[in-house]
Design a protein around this ligand. Structure first.
Ligand SMILES: CC(C)(COP(=O)(O)OP(=O)(O)OC[C@H]1O[C@@H](n2cnc3c(N)ncnc32)[C@H](O)[C@@H]1OP(=O)(O)O)[C@@H](O)C(=O)NCCC(=O)NCCS
Length: 252
């Protein structure tokens, strides 16, 4: 038998921030954890007890409410939006994959994020989600890269991918993700960020063509779509070379 204390310690284990226990995915977390335990326990024959079913129901209702919220925001008044940018947790992974696939319109992008998480390029705390009233609607990822020339390897970051669910685009969510991501990257001691993207979007955050520093992409891309931002002014003064992205980017 699993007692209340077990459930509570599971919550504490998987949901470190106490506030999240109150309002967020606690039911989902406990449910997953308990279901996993029950599945492993043959004596119980994989059966879930009643209170787990209640949690499941609670969770399902929450998904329903999320869909209602999506539809409400879709149709009108976006000013009501209660936006939070926070670090991802492992319970966000399926939704992050979904958001990337939906925003880009194909499955490669979700896969890319999943693969990047398993590499050394992944930086704890630099995969962020945008949450609107408890539902994740956007995601941004920064991974380590190297700017390489004959003499030196210089560590930097790549901003990629960034995705916002189509119904939530053009409301400032992408910009909030970029700004918070850049702030966190700076706090972690990174000095610059590289991005491949639209020349009209990224300059608003301070990105400039990488060619100004003789920093070059490893593939063909228009000059003004390959950009760099110095998180610390002057940090790229003596840096030039070709950018080496983490291996999963080569599979795209
Ligand atoms: C790019 C993306 C993350 C922006 O998120 P968002 O929440 O819509 O962005 P914001 O609301 O902060 O900013 C909206 C502005 O970005 C512009 N914008 C959005 N997508 C753009 C794109 N692909 N190219 C150029 N500009 C774009 C909009 O025209 C708008 O401009 P304005 O402020 O001058 O009116 C989002 O559109 C998205 O997920 N797109 C699909 C995936 C993608 O292309 N990712 C980026 C790869 S580089």
């Amino acid at each position: 038998m699993i007692y209340r204390e077990d459930a509570f310690s599971l919550i504490q284990k998987y949901v470190p921030d106490e506030n999240r226990i109150k309002h967020s995915k606690a039911s989902e977390v406990v449910l997953c954890a308990l279901a996993q335990r029950w599945g492993e326990d043959e004596e119980r024959g994989g059966k879930m007890p009643g209170f787990c079913m209640i949690l499941a129901l609670n969770w399902t209702c929450k998904s329903f409410i999320c869909n209602r919220i999506f539809n409400t925001y879709k149709s009108s008044n976006h000013k009501k939006m209660n936006l939070i940018i926070r670090e991802e947790t492992r319970f966000d992974w399926p939704q992050i994959t979904k958001i990337n696939n939906l925003a880009f319109g194909h499955k490669d992008e979700g896969k890319l994020v999943e693969k990047l998480r398993t590499t050394d390029a992944f930086v704890e705390g630099l995969s962020l989600v945008a949450e609107v009233d408890d539902c994740i609607v956007g995601h941004i990822l920064f991974t380590k890269i190297k700017i390489v020339n004959d003499e030196k390897k210089h560590e930097s970051l790549a901003l990629a991918p960034i995705a916002v669910l189509p119904d939530f685009q053009n409301q400032g969510i992408g910009s909030s993700l970029v700004r918070e991501g850049l702030k966190k990257a700076k706090e972690k001691g990174f000095k610059s960020v590289v991005v491949v993207g639209h020349e009209k979007y990224y300059p608003r955050f301070g990105f400039k063509p990488a060619s100004s520093w003789n920093i070059r992409p490893p593939f063909q891309v228009p000059d003004n779509e390959f950009m760099v931002l110095e998180l610390e002014p002057g940090s790229l003064e003596n840096v030039s070379g070709v950018v080496h992205f983490s291996t999963p980017f080569n599979d795209l």
